[in-house]
Design a protein around this ligand. Structure first.
Ligand code: PEP
Length: 250
């Protein structure tokens, strides 16, 4: 049985004051019987304030990226050990904005995932196709090759400690979510691929869907057999919406 995970990716939004307010509202509003594990992913500089507000709560903390090296001359990067010390348990890697805007390729994403594991963080590995790739019928090829790059770097023992997040690029921040059936098709494909490599890992590996998840579509998406929760962008910045999505998780 896989426990649902709902992760809120704030992207580059928020101030210290907004972070305090948003997290307090989320912690206070989370129902005691919430089935899902809930995690927030603020920008790096807001992690300490977030960690302070989250202390002792049921809401976890993660970062939006992590350096592929453990220490050294990597200006502008933040290591897994630093994130761990700040209270993080998760780190996003391979978000499509990182891939598209900052040139992060599959190999770098896989190395970032490996560094997260070395530093005691669980990587949330983002995969997904662009609209052009979908229209050219390349979705399966693209997401499987993104996954294979991670498997090549981490092996199945490492993959078992990751969370996957399928995020079709055309659905991120566009208000145009994949339908539950479209999302399930890709999640099913990914799980089947993992199953061929290791049936045990396939059963326990959590796969989130991300891309315009809102309170009104979360329930139908999360009801799909291979969707184990969500990676939530825009809606994670409004506590009422984020809480409604958390409640929709199995
Ligand atoms: C995201 O940032 O990963 C995301 C899924 O954004 P949104 O929910 O706004 O589409």
């Amino acid at each position: 049985m896989r426990r649902a995970l709902v992760a809120g990716n704030w992207k580059m939004h928020g101030s210290r004051e907004q972070a305090r307010r948003l997290i307090t509202e989320t912690v206070d509003g989370l129902p005691a019987d919430c089935a899902a594990e809930v995690v927030v992913l603020p920008p790096f500089v807001l992690l300490p304030v977030a960690a302070g507000v989250l202390e002792g709560s049921r809401v976890g903390l993660g970062a939006q990226n992590v350096c592929d090296a453990d220490e050294g001359a990597y200006t502008g990067e933040v290591s897994a050990a630093m994130l761990r010390e700040t209270g993080c348990r998760y780190a996003l890697v391979g978000h499509s904005e990182r891939r598209a805007l900052y040139g992060e390729d599959d190999a770098l994403v896989a190395r970032r995932a490996a560094a997260a594991l070395r530093g005691g963080l669980s990587p949330i590995v983002c995969l997904g196709e662009t609209l052009e790739q979908r229209e050219r019928d390349l979705t399966a090829e693209v997401v499987l090759s993104q996954l294979d790059a991670v498997v090549a770097e981490l092996g199945m023992v490492g993959l078992a400690r990751c969370v996957l997040a399928y995020e079709p690029v055309w659905a991120i921040g566009t208000g145009r979510s994949a339908s539950p059936e479209q999302a399930q098709d890709v999640h099913g494909l990914l799980r089947e691929h993992v199953r061929r490599l290791d049936a045990g890992v396939a059963e326990t590996l959590r796969m989130l869907y991300g891309g315009s998840v809102k309170p009104d579509n979360a329930g139908a998406l999360f009801a799909m057999p291979d969707i184990d929760g969500g990676l939530i962008g825009g809606a994670s910045l409004k506590s009422a919406d984020f809480l409604a999505i958390c409640r929709a998780a199995r």
